[in-house]
Design a protein around this ligand. Structure first.
Ligand code: ADP
Ligand code: MG
Ligand code: ZN
Length: 483
């Protein structure tokens, strides 16, 4: 029996600040374990934390980008729990477990997702709050022991909590993509799931229909890609459907997604707020966020995807579809803009970026910075076609050489001798060669088989290796064929 699905996501985004949330230790991925630590992030008694201003500004900028309310007096609390990756025994957070202590930096706001049927859906945000990360346990390097790396202790995180507004695993996927895109545009997080700097817990429940009260939810953890989250949610819908169909009830618990088995597995029963013994962080006063602070951060926000899409349609005159594809990744859109700088045909540049460039990135699983040619080279290539210096077909060959890192297209054309040949004597030579090689086809043509003209054009382009100027071929070929 089909049920109505309710999903809410909690996303942790690690901020790409230079230093940690409450101390001066560097934030760096992949550094020698346990080298980026100090008494503050290890929680030695008597040390004092001091908030990282850049992290606070990052939180404000994400809040503004999502239309959230920025709170004037966010509060820091202690969330106490024991775990081997947490030497301090507590995390400083802005989660309070009760309305008195629960004063996150941002409340409300929304993300708009574009559904596949072309409609747009608004997903509410409950809150965005700041907290510090725990360290990392590594279980699979040695057989007997688990290893501990404290470098991540105290790394600044934003937790972005959605309202239970998502209705399908696909919507959850699109929401995550949208959030990642905004984080990337704001340049406040690398938002890379594989590196663990974007992590997501998915809450999901079923109910009889859209109007029924929410059912009990399961929280899914440990998923390392958007696709896995979508899959895990589907698996969990199946598992909850089976329970409800059998007349049972879903128990609130935390589960994890087993990638290999393709199923969700019970982890532990959920802690209550009281288990964490939240209390106001005694070493930190409440933050003070003034209207001037908000205005200053707001004024420095970069152009966001939505605005950029609109600008591409208006300024470059490309179709909305192109604008959407080109702005999906900030680096790609920046590449497109540089390619357009000295090239008047913005649509042709768009075709090259959306087509050949993105295909190469996808096939090679590369990012745009891995390419061996520059954005300006793409603009130059389009200019060469536009000016008639090379044909569209030859341009594909030039592009292959650009991919191999052989330099600017104009140089490649010169070095590889790929220019269009418009000298009439040379074109005549190509045509003569073709006519001599195909005496019977020539006879057929002269006997009235006009359709063969296309064959001859093709042959001339072939013997000229695509370089014969089409207008010359069109002018000379019929004359020479006629004899
Ligand atoms: P907790 O820390 O207990 O998980 P949070 O408030 O941090 O609570 O997160 C709750 C998340 O669960 C939110 O994203 C919210 O939208 C979602 N949620 C709440 N109730 C339900 C429900 N019945 N079904 C699905 N998701 C839910
Ligand atoms: Mg939770
Ligand atoms: Zn430190």
């Amino acid at each position: 029996m089909p049920y109505s699905v309710v999903i809410g996501l909690e996303v942790h985004a690690q901020l790409s600040t230079k230093t940690k949330m409450f101390c001066g230790c560097r934030v760096e991925f992949g550094a020698e374990p346990n080298t980026l630590v100090c008494p503050v992030c290890l929680g030695f008694p008597g040390t004092l934390p001091a908030p990282n201003a850049q992290a606070v500004e990052s939180a404000i900028s994400l809040g503004l980008a999502c239309g959230a309310d920025i709170q004037p007096r966010p509060m820091w609390t202690r969330k106490n729990y024991f775990y081997p990756d947490l030497p301090k025994g507590y995390q400083i957070t802005q989660q309070g477990g009760s309305p008195i202590y629960d004063k996150p930096i941002c409340t409300g706001g929304h993300l708009d997702i574009d559904l596949e049927d072309g409609t747009r859906k608004r997903i509410g945000l409950t809150r965005i709050h700041m907290e510090e990360d725990a360290g990392k346990l590594i279980h699979d390097l040695t057989v007997a022991d688990s290893l501990f790396d404290a470098n991540r202790c105290g790394t600044p995180l934003l937790e972005i909590v959605s309202e239970p507004d998502l209705r399908t695993p696909r919507e959850a996927y699109l929401y995550l993509e949208k959030l990642k895109q905004i984080l990337e545009y704001l340049e406040i997080s690398d938002a890379n799931m594989e590196r663990g700097n974007l992590r997501c817990d998915a809450n999901i429940s079923l109910r009889k229909d859209e109007n029924a009260p929410f059912g009990e939810r399961i929280e899914l953890k440990n998923m390392n890609s958007f696709h896995n989250i979508e899959k895990a949610l589907h698996a969990e819908i199946e598992s909850q459907t089976a329970i409800l169909d059998a007349g049972g009830t879903v128990k609130r618990e935390t589960k994890r997604w087993d990638v290999a088995k393709g199923e969700t597995k019970a982890n532990r029963s959920k802690e209550d707020a009281q288990d964490y013994r939240y209390f106001p962080e005694p070493d930190l006063v409440r933050l003070s966020v003034t209207p001037e602070d908000i205005q200053r951060v707001g004024a420095s926000l970069p152009e966001l995807p939505e605005a950029r899409r609109k600008r591409y349609v208006e300024q470059y005159g490309v179709p909305a579809y192109d604008a959407d594809v080109l702005t999906r990744e900030k680096a790609v859109s920046e590449f497109y803009e540089v390619a357009c700088r000295d090239c008047s045909d913005k649509k042709a540049v768009s075709n090259w970026v959306m087509g050949d460039v993105l295909r190469v990135l996808k096939e090679g699983n590369l990012s745009i910075s891995d390419l061996k040619f520059t954005a300006a080279h793409v603009g130059e290539l389009v200019n060469l076609i536009q000016s008639g210096a090379i044909s569209g077909k030859i341009a594909k060959t030039v592009f292959e050489h650009m991919l191999a890192g052989e330099g600017a297209p104009a140089d490649i054309v010169r070095e590889k001798n790929l220019s269009v040949i418009s000298d009439s004597g040379a074109v005549e030579g190509f045509i003569r060669q073709v006519l001599d090689a195909n005496p019977d086809k020539v006879a057929e043509f002269r006997g009235g088989k006009d359709k063969l003209l296309g064959f001859f054009v093709g042959q001339v382009m072939k013997v000229s290796q695509g370089k014969a100027a089409p207008d010359q071929v069109n002018a000379l070929l019929p004359k020479m064929l006629a004899g």
